[in-house]
Every structure is written in structure tokens, then in C-alpha cells.
Design a protein around this ligand. Structure first.
Ligand SMILES: Cc1cc2nc3c(=O)[nH]c(=O)nc-3n(C[C@H](O)[C@H](O)[C@H](O)COP(=O)(O)OP(=O)(O)OC[C@H]3O[C@@H](n4cnc5c(N)ncnc54)[C@H](O)[C@@H]3O)c2cc1C
Length: 325
């Protein structure tokens, strides 16, 4: 059965987020040969339309309005519902990001549909689209299908591989004008925390520090290793509570959920609440002085040792490998 699938192309600072390309790949699976349309909402987003097509969308629909310059649930839902009214899709895909979590729930409720959130894998089986999502803080996975109505799902960033970009791909780009009105919230100003380097939720490599890092200064060797590997620095709640770093770095049940290719946990004991945010990483390396630390149970590679000796050694080793390469 072929399907018409809509993907929300999410942007930040004028650029498409990776999860948008992952959403297009997910949509291609769900479409089963049908049509994939990327929707771009914002003040000035039409220049991004060729990119979503190059990543596998057949077409792009753009809604541009100064009231969409910043995300508001009212503004974005009015714009997206107008597109859905016109397109009448069988499925809608969002990124499981702060924006996607908020908007997907609102849209699903407006459509009277169910929502499958935080999807990590999608397959076609027996004519059904089967969605896999983690439950119980990542300790188990459930498989779900939607049996009736429009499929609405949000996909966890960094889990579904995007399709390869094909610069030669072309497709139709159309725009809709929507009368956006009665906004109950207006974004007046965005005060951003200064985040240096790679975004934690989309990083392919994360070097995370725990209470074992012992101080704000103790994060420096981790930052150096992250820089060499082109990765981001994360933290346990223990390190955040101890004021060694900002809470925006916290990974875990009450922090960010990450799935990088490589996660290096330094001086983190491996409490269940921390594992909930990182245990689906593709390769986990743990560095801990305590050979009994729980983190070693989820680690693919374990180094029993003092992080202040091991991390600088790794940095030097990676530096020399990269120079040779
Ligand atoms: C409701 C709730 C929600 C929570 N949410 C989260 C969450 O989202 N994320 C999260 O992380 N935690 C969360 N926690 C807290 C969690 O239970 C742990 O307290 C926390 O993860 C511990 O942080 P830690 O591993 O850095 O510290 P610790 O448990 O103190 O571990 C420090 C580790 O560092 C090692 N170490 C010390 N010095 C060195 C050295 N020089 N070299 C190498 N290793 C060294 C020690 O052997 C130890 O294993 C939550 C707790 C609750 C109750």
C-alpha cells in the first residue's frame, strides 16, 4: 500500500536540523513507494526547499509568515493544519525534539489521531508500519502499529539514518499562505545559553563527565578530547548538581536522551537514571577508577583507571592517529 507522508522540516538558526533528514528517510519507509512531502514553516525558509528534496523528499510545501519567525504552538499548528487540510496525508512525521514533542501532540489531538512518540526504528511487516520505541527508561522496547486514522509519529534524533544527499534530485516547491491569527503567545526574545561547538542532541561523539571529574576545571581534559574528535561534552546529573557544569549538559532520565556513535563516560557511576539517557549509544566506553562501577555493565569497552591520566592519553593518541590519517 502506498502512502502520502508529510515530514516537518525543523530548522534552527536558519538551518535544517539533521533530524529533518532522518524524518525524510523514515517517511520514505512509511510511504512504501508513495509521495513524501517536506513542510517548511518560518519567516524565510523557502531557500531550504531544494535541500529537503536533495535528501529524498519528492516535494516541499512552504508557509512563510513573519509570525512564524519563532516557534509558537498556536502559530505552527495553524500553519501545519492548513497544509494538512490541503495535502490530506496518511502519515505525519516529526523529530522527537523540544519543538516536535510539543507540536506532534497538539496536531495529533486536533486530528483525533493517536501519536507514537520517540520512535527509534520503523519497519514494514505484513502490510503494517511497525514502530519501535523504548519504554521504562530504555530498559525495554515496544512495537506499535496504528490500525486506524492518520499515522502521527515523532522520531528520536540520531537513530534512523538519513538518505544520501543527491544534488541532482529535483521536485516541486509550492507555497501556501495561511491567515495566522489570535496567537496567545508571542516570542519577544530568545536568550540563548552560550553553547560552544557541537549540539549535544545531534552529536556523533559525546564525552561525558560525572562527579569523578571533581570540578569545573576537571572538565577541561574532556573538552580537549571532544574537540579532537569533533564531539560534544555532556554530563551526569551528579556533575551538574555539584555545579561543575551547566544543567543543559545533563544526560539521562531528566536530562537529554542521546544516541551518538561513540559515548565516552568519564567518572560516571552508571546510575539507572543516567543509563536511561545514553545506553542506546552505538559504542560506549567507560573510564572509572572503580572496577565494580555499574557503567561497565553497559560499556562495550571499559578502562579501569584515573580519568585524569586516561583522558589526556586518549587525546594525544587520537591526535596522532588523525595526523597520520
Ligand atoms: C528522579 C531522579 C532523576 C534523575 N535523573 C538523572 C539524570 O537525568 N541523569 C543523571 O545522570 N542522573 C540522574 N539522577 C541521579 C542519579 O541517580 C545519580 O545520582 C547520578 O547519575 C550520579 O552521578 P555520577 O555518576 O556523576 O556520580 P557518582 O555516582 O558519585 O559517581 C562518580 C563516579 O566517578 C568515579 N570516579 C571518581 N574519581 C574518578 C577518577 N579520578 N577517575 C575515574 N573515575 C572516578 C567513581 O568511582 C564513581 O563511580 C536522577 C535521580 C533521580 C532520583
Amino acid at each position: 500500500m502506498t502512502r502520502k507522508v508529510i515530514v516537518l522540516g525543523e530548522t534552527r538558526d536558519g538551518e535544517l536540523r539533521n533530524v529533518s533528514f532522518e524524518g525524510i528517510a523514515a517517511a520514505r519507509t512509511i510511504a512504501e513507494g508513495g509521495q513524501v512531502t517536506a513542510v517548511l514553516l518560518g519567516e524565510s525558509v523557502s531557500q531550504l526547499a531544494p535541500t529537503v528534496i536533495q535528501y529524498g523528499a519528492d516535494r516541499a510545501v512552504v508557509v512563510e509568515d513573519s509570525q512564524l519567525a519563532g516557534y509558537t504552538p498556536d502559530g505552527f499548528s495553524q500553519a501545519l493544519l492548513a497544509v494538512l487540510e490541503q495535502e490530506k496525508p496518511d502519515a505525519i512525521i516529526f523529530g522527537h525534539t523540544a519543538l516536535g514533542k510539543d507540536l506532534s501532540a497538539k496536531i495529533a489531538s486536533k486530528l483525533g489521531s493517536g501519536l507514537i512518540s520517540d520512535v527509534v526504528a520503523i519497519e514494514v511487516a505484513g502490510g503494517n508500519i511497525v514502530f519501535t520505541r523504548p519504554i521504562y527508561s530504555g530498559k525495554a522496547f515496544e512495537k506499535k502499529i496504528i490500525t486506524d486514522g492518520i499515522i502521527v509519529a515523532s522520531i528520536r534524533p540520531n537513530n534512523i539514518s538519513p538518505l544520501e544527499k543527491n544534488a541532482a534530485r529535483s521536485g516541486e516547491v509550492s507555497s501556501i499562505s495561511v491567515d495566522i491569527k489570535d496567537l496567545r503567545t508571542i516570542v519577544k526574545e530568545v536568550a540563548k545559553k552560550a553553547v560552544k561547538g557541537v549540539d549535544l542532541s545531534e552529536a556523533k561523539v559525546i564525552i561525558a563527565g560525572g562527579r569523578g571529574v571533581k570540578s569545573e576545571e576537571g572538565f577541561k581534559p574532556l573538552q580537549e578530547l571532544a574537540e579532537v574528535l569533533g564531539g560534544a561534552v555532556g554530563a551526569s546529573r551528579g556533575a551538574c548538581d555539584a555545579e561543575y557544569c551547566d544543567y543543559s549538559l545533563q544526560i539521562g532520565q531528566t536530562g537529554k536522551v542521546v544516541t551518538p556513535d561513540l559515548y565516552i563516560a568519564c567518572g560516571i557511576s552508571g546510575a539507572i537514571q543516567h543509563l536511561a539517557g545514553m545506553s542506546n549509544s552505538k559504542v560506549v566506553v567507560a573510564i572509572n577508577k572503580d572496577p565494580e562501577a555499574n557503567i561497565f555493565k553497559v560499556a562495550d569497552y571499559g578502562i579501569v583507571g584515573d580519568l585524569f591520566e586516561v583522558v589526556p592519553m586518549l587525546t594525544e593518541e587520537f591526535k596522532s592517529l588523525l595526523v597520520k590519517a
